[in-house]
Design a protein around this ligand. Structure first.
Ligand code: SF4
Length: 155
């Protein structure tokens, strides 16, 4: 049995990481599902695809919105034409884009907003929310989610 109590700080962190690496390597050698495959096994049913490190690094910018409503100015026509699918950009940023399992609905909303409009709104956003990158992220994840069967349709 390992005794972690004698270690602290960085030494403890290095020891825990090293031990985790050895355990994962041994488990893989004996065919146990680990890493990304384990993530898929655990979360595919929840419609949660993985996010790579580079994308994760840029995601903090997605949550910069201060709900000023500026990006909704001039969107009424598109909202009406969408017949409920598109609730406006601010709601997309603050609500639809926050729940990955529901990204297919968010992607449907985005179909009503041309990318030029997103670019223009991005330039006018006081906190610099990267609307184009956020829309691409949501759309990409929605495609990944759609490729996987819904848990309620598997049985
Ligand atoms: S303009 Fe920017 S800060 Fe204002 S509601 Fe839209 S995304 Fe949020």
């Amino acid at each position: 049995m390992l005794c972690w109590g004698v270690l602290s700080g960085r030494a403890l962190a290095v020891a825990v990481l090293g031990w985790a690496m050895i355990r994962a390597t041994v488990k893989r050698m004996f065919g146990e599902v680990t890493g990304l495959r384990l993530f898929h096994a655990n979360y595919d049913h929840d419609r949660l695809p993985p996010v790579d490190a580079a994308t994760r690094a840029g995601m903090a910018a997605f949550s910069r919105c201060i709900a000023c409503g500026r990006c909704d100015v001039g969107e009424a026509e598109r909202m009406v034409a969408s017949r409920g699918a598109y609730p406006g950009l601010m709601r997309f940023v603050l609500a639809s884009s926050r729940s990955m399992p529901d990204y297919d609905a968010a992607a449907l909303a985005l179909e009503h907003v041309p990318v030029e409009v997103l670019r223009e709104k991005e330039r006018g956003c006081p906190t610099g929310v990267p609307l184009v990158a956020l829309a691409r992220f949501v759309d990409g994840k929605a495609r990944q989610i759609r490729r996987r069967p819904r848990p309620d349709r598997e049985r």
